[in-house]
Design a binder for this molecule. Structure first.
Ligand SMILES: [Zn+2]
Length: 379
């Protein structure tokens, strides 16, 4: 038993700031939250904020081996398979070099308050096993989305696709795809249907690059997000360049949106219209995307996002809504995704961080001012 006392806790799915104590049992479950409770080991959080740990909702940690390479190249030259510099580097890297680089990135995330991350894993089944091996003794939960080379091309063999899916989904948490440029509509539908049946994540990059959106409209008469919703993907990533009524379609769909604003800036593809998206009632997640272009530091992502979105929209955006994108929006009642991520509430698993309070606005204190050495305890 232990009790966190005197802290300002960000409670429940709405992250309500309350001065209450948190009693945690020996299995790590939150038993009681109240002003009075005080049992077992006492952890004093006076002048601290107690915040749920983060979900980094989109990473590619495999490219930890080529940090800051490819500066000045286009999106396709950097990340498009098979000739982008990322894929060339991953193909030729030794497993132990890859494992070591991924471990370093996972420790970076852990030390900056991340409890879970959703990773687009390249390299098929072997790639999935490599990440599991790398994560073995690190106190962080990887949510691994896999892919297979049999998915690609207009003439993909559907039998091979189904066989590969069966194998991948046994070992992974779902499927993560580069985009509609590489797969046919039928393959997309096969993937989504199977993921839905097995309660797994089906995820795809959409509308990251405006040129791909225009190409999609010319070729199919539909935007990339529209095709993703029709195929049944339950997670879409980016939506930096929505066209026509894409935002409206998103708001009406069951798909969860993950935005990656620093990555979009680094790759010069635009600024996601987050103000408009939030105003439609969408509750997105947020991720740091490729380690090669961004550190996986969620505090940096949150601060960049809050400020650039206010600047571009010339409107006020509530910092609490931005913090929810890294914390409570992950709850499956909001995201519709099969993610086992807790919040600060009775009966929930205690996955939280105790952080120095640097101003009287806890949301802005976390987003604007928190550095690694402000995290005094991770539970
Ligand atoms: Zn990505």
């Amino acid at each position: 038993m232990k009790t966190i006392v005197n802290g300002l806790i960000l409670k429940g799915l709405e992250l309500e700031a309350k001065k209450e104590n948190i009693l945690i049992d020996d299995d790590g479950t939150i038993l009681e939250i109240s002003k009075e409770v005080k049992e077992g080991e006492i952890i004093d959080a006076d002048n601290k904020i107690v915040c749920p740990r983060f979900l980094n909702a989109h990473t590619h940690i495999g490219d930890s081996i080529i940090k800051d390479e490819g500066e000045g190249l286009s999106l396709d030259e950097v990340v498009k398979p098979p000739h982008g510099i990322k894929h060339v580097a991953l193909e030729s890297a030794d497993d132990d070099v890859l494992i070591e680089a991924m471990r370093e990135s996972m420790w970076d995330m852990y030390n900056m308050g991340v409890s879970h991350f959703i990773d687009y894993r390249e390299g098929g089944l072997d790639g999935v096993k490599l990440l599991k091996e790398a994560a073995k003794d690190i106190p962080i939960t990887p949510i691994i989305l896999a892919r297979d080379s049999s998915f690609y091309g207009e003439d993909a063999n559907y039998h091979m696709v189904k066989m590969a899916l069966k194998k991948l989904l046994k070992e992974s948490d779902g499927i993560g795809l580069s985009g509609f440029g590489e797969i046919s509509t039928t393959v997309a539908e096969i993937i989504c249907e199977r993921c839905e049946r097995e309660d797994k994540i089906s995820s795809i990059h959409v509308a990251e690059n405006e040129l791909n959106q225009i190409a999609s409209l010319e070729k199919t008469g539909k935007s990339e997000p529209q095709r993703a919703f029709e195929a049944g993907f339950n997670q879409i990533v980016h939506m930096t360049n929505p066209k026509n009524d894409d935002v409206e379609l998103l708001a009406r769909s069951d798909s969860s949106l993950t935005v990656c604003p620093r990555s979009n800036g680094a790759l010069a593809v635009g600024v996601v219209p987050l103000y408009e998206i939030l105003n439609k009632g969408v509750r997105p997640l947020i991720g740091t995307d490729n380690i090669m272009i961004n550190s996986p530091n969620m505090f940096r992502e949150l601060e960049f996002t809050l400020k650039i979105m206010k600047g571009v929209s010339r409107n006020h955006i509530d910092a609490r809504e931005i913090l929810k994108m890294a914390t409570t929006n992950a709850d499956s009642s909001i995201s519709n995704l099969p993610i086992d991520k807790s919040y600060i509430g009775e009966g929930q698993k205690a996955e939280l961080m105790i952080v120095n309070k640097k101003s009287n606005n806890p949301y802005l204190s976390l987003i604007n001012r928190t550095e690694a050495n402000d995290i005094v305890k991770i539970i």
